[in-house]
Design a protein around this ligand. Structure first.
Ligand SMILES: Cc1ncc(C[n+]2csc(CCOP(=O)(O)OP(=O)(O)O)c2C)c(N)n1
Ligand SMILES: [Mg+2]
Length: 970
């Protein structure tokens, strides 16, 4: 059989080629060459079919067409890529096609059903089968009833061959308009479309499970329903977020797990919200019923050793389950905050970490992420799209996520009409070119068949895929909720709708695959297991002594970690981080940066921030600690200070010195992230959970932007240890500092992080020297204690000669939580406490004005505060010294509100505040006003206290000069 195909290079549209060069990853998305050159959509279908038929068997098409395709392919091979579209010149979109060739209209019909068949599919268990779609009516293709028995070539339909029009339509309806509606014709990758089409048309999208498999699916549906009913009657009114109406989910998950071994999957990492979570925990992950029932008991106290624990429908679980063939599959369900969809990137990060642990970093086929969504949340929450956007990116790929939507067609009390502007809740997936399967939730066999397809697809193409289970919610949003208040008609319909278990039982009974007795036996066995577990749980609960858990605390957080690196090693590393291959031509300015690093590490010049960071990373990597750094433009660094990757001037080949330190070094993974905070921070947090020995760093472009990920910070980073006992070493780098650049680029909102601090949950730092940053990074990686670290990092100070360190500060010492005044070590009569960049302004003023009675101390770690070190340093100065807190942030921001009471209590005296007045916006938009304010607050810090009558212990008296300019502006 003759077949012809143009070489990939010559097939490409020039525009696509340019895009491919820009991003090699997008190659897989290139549309079919035939499609790329043909304009009219109706003709596209026709030509696509014909082109494929000709490729398989040239004699199968009309000689005119044969000549056309031969010429087309030849042209593709010979002609250099141009920007013109040749199709019209070649007659490809001639309007007569549709008129003269009935066969062409058949091909258009195939295309139309594949694209729009889902609009006629019976997807809604509570709805009627949709009426005819006029776009799919016979007349649209200019056929009549009289044509139904005419025979046509059925093109690529189910293997092709002659069929009557009636047969063709029946085939298409069965495949695309039954209980499965599929959207796949928007996918630009032709190979994927073809695979999906063939896979579906081979079976006409009809499930073909063995009798044993069908019985197993029924058992799972009954198990899901029985558990809900058991809980419903035993724990009346207690929140469980019932799955009833969507029990098909449990059968789908079971089929997925059953399919894992044959497709090479060892592990599944699941993320899901409240709905059906308890059911998934018991019936999918194998959590014991006894444990679950114990958690329902009114005397139950979370089994955490420390911390506050969480409610049962947010807890995670991990287990190894055994399939029906005896294979083991590891399953984990990530703990979940109430914030819908926030778990998505966390699960992706955890998956990638586990792939790394299983040495599965190329194909990513051993560990599969599964995200279970609600319909309202999937379309409503932007993090869904942010997370899917990670799916094809080098630093964030996980080899394809299986998304399952429990689409109960309601979100709390809100119906689809009020919750989306699209036909389907799956619309975000369409934007990313994902295959989308909508399945009637009353047909668990169809849903199970699609999940098998989904896993096969994921393993083959390493892309995300969506299964939308269209179902209903039998009860209210939760068990205390009355749905009849808001949806009376819908709920009277639901009340009379038979449960999924009854519908499937009927089907299997009718097919003679099971008997009534067997079904009853399944039910009673499950109920017996539940009843026994209930009794056991009652006994267990009676032994529980309610007690308030002691708070989490971690005194080790203030213990010194040895982080110095010998001078010889630093000098060696300095050479490694500044060496690039001899045939590599790089930008001269970058060459100077690298050369400077080498001389800094050799002790010839003081170290800057970028060099200290590189040396910290290099020292960790060469002693076996892997590092992942991710953030917007992090490879170069927003402020052009990092240059972790350098580029060849001629080829843009990339070279990363930190990856080339030694053969035995640990891996250094540095990625420019997409422009998302929530998803990327969530991803890196998830990664850090499952790779605790790796130093995982997320960097914000400017610190302000971290609040785009506030949910991840509040719900995970600061509180997850207390809620779920999960620990993370994640490090956040947040550029911060007032340089007169306006309200949006000054503040990382230090106050917010400090407000979240309690029970030693994390460390919040604001280092002022490259050396202290060096030790801080090393401490975070090397100390045994696993806690998140927040680092406020410099911007302007990156190139400030005042903020440099001698190399000797790296080769000795450790991280200093508090830095004493470098020039006034004792006897000061006034102490200015401060943190961060303002120190250098205070120091300049002190030096310029030859002030010797005032010491400026830096709190480099604001939480946990090293009280002993502070009091030790203060004890060297006058006991009557006035203590001032000086900050450049506004009074209601920065560290002041966190420190005011703590410091005055610790030191037993009032602390005077000096800084900007409280303000709603973090900083002025005017450089000149910024400078005035900055000078003013520095002067004020060194000035005597206002008279006692006007002084409040922790309240600064108003200084009109400081506030006037800003007030005037208003
Ligand atoms: C980010 C966020 N906003 C609001 C809520 C409050 N809330 C809880 S459940 C829910 C409805 C969810 O609807 P859907 O996603 O369809 O899931 P279902 O409960 O129907 O399974 C809402 C609005 C929340 N949990 N998270
Ligand atoms: Mg819903």
């Amino acid at each position: 059989m003759a077949s012809s195909s143009a070489s990939p290079a010559s097939e490409k549209d020039p525009a696509l080629e340019i895009l491919d060069r820009l991003n090699p990853n997008r190659t897989s998305l290139s549309p079919s060459p035939a499609l790329g050159r043909i304009g009219h959509p109706g003709n596209t279908a026709f030509l696509e079919e014909l082109h494929e038929a000709w490729k398989t068997d040239p004699s199968s098409v009309d000689p005119t067409w044969r000549a056309f395709f031969e010429g087309f392919e030849l042209g593709c091979q010979l002609r250099p890529p141009t920007r013109s579209t040749p199709s019209t010149q070649n007659g490809g979109s001639s309007p007569e096609f549709g008129n003269v060739l009935p066969q062409a209209r058949i091909y258009n019909l195939l295309f139309a059903y594949r694209a729009l068949g889902h609009t006629l599919a019976h997807l809604d268990p509570l709805g009627l089968t949709p009426e005819e779609n006029s776009d799919l009516a016979l007349s649209t293709f200019r056929f009549t009833e009289a044509d139904l028995d005419s025979v046509f070539d059925s093109g690529t339909l189910g293997g092709g061959g002659p069929r009557t029009l009636r047969e063709i339509i029946s085939f298409l309806k069965q495949t695309y308009c039954d209980h499965i509606g599929v959207e796949f014709m928007h996918i630009m990758n032709f190979a994927i479309r073809r695979w999906l089409r063939d896979r579906m048309e081979r079976t006409r999208n009809q499930p073909s499970f063995s009798p044993a498999q069908q019985r197993r699916i029924l058992e799972k549906i009954i198990a899901a329903e029985s558990l809900e009913r058991f809980l419903h009657t035993r724990y009346v009114g207690q929140k469980r977020f019932s799955l009833e109406g969507g029990e098909t989910l449990i059968a789908v998950l079971d089929t997925l797990i059953e399919s894992c071994p044959s497709l090479g999957v060892n592990e599944v990492v699941i993320g899901m919200a409240h709905r059906g979570r308890l059911n998934v925990l018991v019936n999918t992950l194998g959590k014991s019923r006894r444990k679950l029932f114990t958690e329902f008991h009114e005397n139950y106290v979370p089994e955490t050793v420390l911390g506050d624990g969480d409610v049962k429908y947010h807890l995670g679980y991990e287990n190894e389950v055994t399939t029906s063939h005896g294979e083991k599959i590891r399953l984990s369900l990530a703990p979940n905050p109430s914030h819908l969809e926030a778990v998505n990137p966390v699960v992706e990060g955890k998956t990638r970490a586990r792939q790394r642990l299983r040495d599965d970093t190329v194909k990513r086929e051993k560990v599969v992420p599964v995200l279970i969504h609600g319909d309202g949340a999937f379309i409503g929450q932007g993090i869904v799209a942010e997370t899917i956007n990670l799916s094809r990116l080098e630093g964030y790929r996980t080899g394809g996520t299986i998304h399952i939507i429990v689409n109960n067609q309601i979100a709390f009390t809100t119906l689809p009409d009020d919750s989306r502007s699209t036909r389907y809740c799956t619309a975000p997936g369409k934007a990313f070119g994902l295959p989308i399967f909508h399945v009637n939730g009353d047909d668990p066999l169809a849903a199970a068949a699609i999940i098998q397809l989904a896993l096969e697809f994921r393993q083959k193409f390493h892309e995300d895929i969506i299964l939308d289970i269209v179902c209903y919610r039998r009860h209210g949003h939760n068990e205390g909720d009355e749905p009849n208040f808001t949806q009376p008609t819908l709920y009277s319909e639901i009340d009379s709708h038979p449960p999924v278990s009854r519908l499937l039982s009927r089907r299997l009974l009718d097919a003679g695959l099971i008997t009534e007795e067997e079904i009853q036996k399944i039910r009673s066995q499950i109920n017996t297991v539940s009843e026994e577990a209930l009794q056991e749980s009652r006994q267990a609960v009676s032994k529980i002594q309610p007690r308030i858990h002691p708070p989490l605390s971690c005194p080790e957080l203030l213990q010194e970690t040895s982080t110095a690196v010998p001078a010889k090693k630093i000098a060696e590393l300095g050479i490694s981080i500044s060496t690039i291959p001899s045939d590599f031509q790089i930008n001269n300015k970058i060459r100077k940066v690298l050369d400077a690093r080498c001389s800094m590490a050799a002790g010839k010049t003081p170290l800057d921030w970028g060099c200290a960071e590189h040396l910290a990373f290099a020292s960790l990597l060469t002693s076996g600690t892997p590092i992942r750094l991710s953030g917007q433009d992090s490879r170069r660094g927003t402020f052009s200070h990092r240059h972790s990757a350098v580029y060849d001037l001629r080829t843009r080949a990339r070279y990363i010195p930190l990856k080339n330190l030694s053969k035995s070094q640990a891996s250094f993974c540095v990625y420019n992230s997409p422009l998302s905070e929530a998803a990327v921070l969530g991803f890196d947090y998830g990664y850090s959970l499952d790779c605790p020995d790796m130093l995982v760093i997320w960097e914000a472009q400017f610190g302000d932007f971290a609040n785009g990920a506030q949910t991840q910070i509040d719900q995970y980073i600061s509180s997850s240890e207390s809620k779920w006992g999960t620990t993370s070493r994640l490090t956040l780098l947040l550029p911060h500092g007032y340089h007169g650049q306006g309200p949006e680029h000054s503040s990382a909102r230090l106050e917010r992080f400090l407000q979240l601090c309690a029970e030693d949950n994390m460390a919040v730092t604001y280092p002022t020297t490259p050396a202290n940053y060096f030790h801080l990074i090393r401490r975070q990686a090397l100390r045994k204690i696993i806690k998140p670290l927040i680092v406020l990092t410099p911007k302007g100070l990156l190139r400030d000669s005042r903020a440099t360190s001698p190399v000797s500060d790296l080769t000795q010492g450790s991280f200093q939580e508090i830095l004493p005044d470098p020039s006034i070590s004792k006897g000061a009569r006034r102490i200015i406490l401060c943190s961060g960049k303002v120190f250098y302004d205070l120091q300049d003023f002190q030096t310029k004005n030859k002030i010797s009675d005032t010491a400026v101390l830096r709190l480099e770690q604001l939480y946990p505060l090293h009280a002993k070190k502070l009091t030790d340093i203060l004890s060297r100065h006058s006991p009557d010294a006035e203590i001032i807190w000086c900050q450049e942030e506004s009074e209601n921001m920065g560290a002041w509100s966190h420190l005011a009471l703590r410091l005055s209590t610790l030191l037993g005296k009032p602390i005077r505040y000096v800084g900007r007045d409280a303000s709603s916006s973090p900083a002025t938009g005017s450089l000149v006003i910024h400078n005035m304010e900055q000078n003013q607050l520095v002067q004020e810090a060194f000035a005597s206290a206002p008279s006692p009558s006007s002084s409040q212990p922790t309240n600064r008296s108003k200084k009109p000069t400081l506030t006037t300019p800003r007030k005037k502006k208003k």
